[in-house]
Design a protein around this ligand. Sequence first.
Ligand SMILES: *[C@@H]1O[C@H](CO)[C@@H](O)[C@H](O)[C@H]1NC(C)=O
Ligand SMILES: *[C@@H]1O[C@H](CO)[C@@H](O)[C@H](O)[C@H]1NC(C)=O
Length: 599
Amino acid sequence: MNRKLCAGMRSCLVVPLLLPLLLAAGSDVTGEEANRKPNFVLIMADDLGIGDVGCYGNDTIRTPNIDRLASDGVRLTQHISAAPLCTPSRAAFMTGRYPLRSGLGSIGRAEVLLFLGGSGGLPPSETTFAKRLQQQGYNTGLVGKWHLGVNCEHRGDHCHHPNQHGFSYFYGLPFTLFNDCMPGEGTNILGDLQDALQQMAAILGVGLFTLVCVRVCGLLELRLWLLVALFSLSILATAVWYVPFKLMATWNCIVMRNQDVVDQPMTLETLPQRLLGEAQNFIRRNSDGPFLLFFSLVHVHTPLFNTPAFAGKSRHGRYGDNVEEMDWLIGQLTETVDSLGLANDTLMYFTSDHGGHVEDADSRVGQKGGWNSIYKGGKAMGGWEGGIRVPGIFRWPGRLAAGRVVDEPTSLMDLYPTLKYLAEDTQPDGHLDGHNLMPLLEGRVKRSEHEFMFHYCGIYLHAVRWHPPGSDSVYKLHFFTPNFSPPGAGGCYEAKICQCYGDYVTHHDPPLVYDIFHDPSESRPLTPDSEPRYTEVLEQTARAVERHNSSLTSKQVNDTHSTSVQSQMTWDKILWRPWLQPCCGTFPFCGCKEEAPHV
Ligand SMILES: *[C@@H]1O[C@H](CO)[C@@H](O)[C@H](O)[C@H]1NC(C)=O
Ligand SMILES: *[C@@H]1O[C@H](CO)[C@@H](O)[C@H](O)[C@H]1NC(C)=O
């Protein structure tokens, strides 16, 4: 008994003495390497189609740098975004949760945030992976596009700003690139409403002019007050039309460095270089690590750049030029990581926020949106595969085998739990919809944890995917599909963008069922005769939807921040308010220029 106690005491004394020695010895060999938390460089393209990339089967567009990331790392062939549009997809990416959990599922016509001066955005109560990594000691930076809101109640509260959501450094577009940012490229925002307002102003103007003529010519006795009233009315109508829409480029197309507006309206010609330079500098500044850089590209959204080095060089017009310019930017950034000797310590990731915008083309430029390969549909088309299946590439030499291909269903929402795992962050989370991807990426498991995936269009559940255990099949059930215009056209060509609800969609009961393992283009709906598991597929999916719905309600009941999720996508939250508008110089005209980059 005594001897035992003595032996125990001796080891108690010895261990604390030896421990520092053991640790010191370890760090001499591999301890430092092994204990070091990896850096993360996440690259997201905007509106890029899966068919635009060489390693996904494109043989006429040149994307050697993306292809190299894939051949040096792991390529996912069934990588799915949580929504076919920017704002909700990005919200889900940042939070690891379906966008309607954070109120970013659209309920009506506005499918994304439309004005920087609106009050909607990623709620401060949401946790992003950037915030988690920041708490783990990471230096975190976002360079590029945000599109998840800025202010809530007054200019400068920055409640939705990247700085509030875990990014210590932000340089880029709090909004997005869109047509209005380039003169002569038309508008992306409520074009029909703009036209109606313009017509109204024109009619009033003509009416007024006629009346003045009538009066001046003495054809009719008109009271002066009537003229003045009409005059004021047309001025007012014109102003209403003019102010929010004519100043839209100034108000929405801006660059911020942290909380300061530094370029308004932004200079497009130098934008790609400035974003690249900022991203490279961020990596250089933080090369002691660990760091997170989210390089959120403005390519290949319209309006398309005309950078001289790339203009006219591709075989696919201005759109192809932009894809190749984007690939070059990615090559430059990869080179920065590699030349600093950081390759083995850095997980690099490449994806697109959703599929290509297939309806976007005109006679002048030709193709302006992305190509979604064999997949049906595209941007803003509910659950059709083309809008949500995107490139997904991970490179991490020394940790991930080069050239591995994973065909299992994975999600952009998986980044949150994957980064959290790699940063050894063990704090609990609320409900997450993503899964840690490392077991799949490292080849430790063969099956994805995503047995079911839910495909939303706004807040409306349009489709569900089921990958049954033990089977190769991936069943996809569509409850709603957008009505194409003209019918059969493969897209909403008349309006240029599909809507999620009401008369814009067709309800399918029973749902349309496809097996996208055997029929990836969703061209042959299954029937009880053609598919032995048909009834089972319907039943299993219905049960999964029920479970999923109850997870949504329990979130609403148990959430510590609010009893229900407040929608960020109501008109009230989306429409422009002068007091929320980020602005440098004198409001409402705003204006400042950043000095030319020294590159
Ligand atoms: C390659 O990409 C271009 C540009 O989007 C597209 O027009 C073309 O059809 C694609 N080619 C293939 C083979 O996918
Ligand atoms: C990175 O890892 C690979 C594979 O383990 C190894 O061959 C290479 O030498 C490493 N490079 C550096 C700079 O440590």
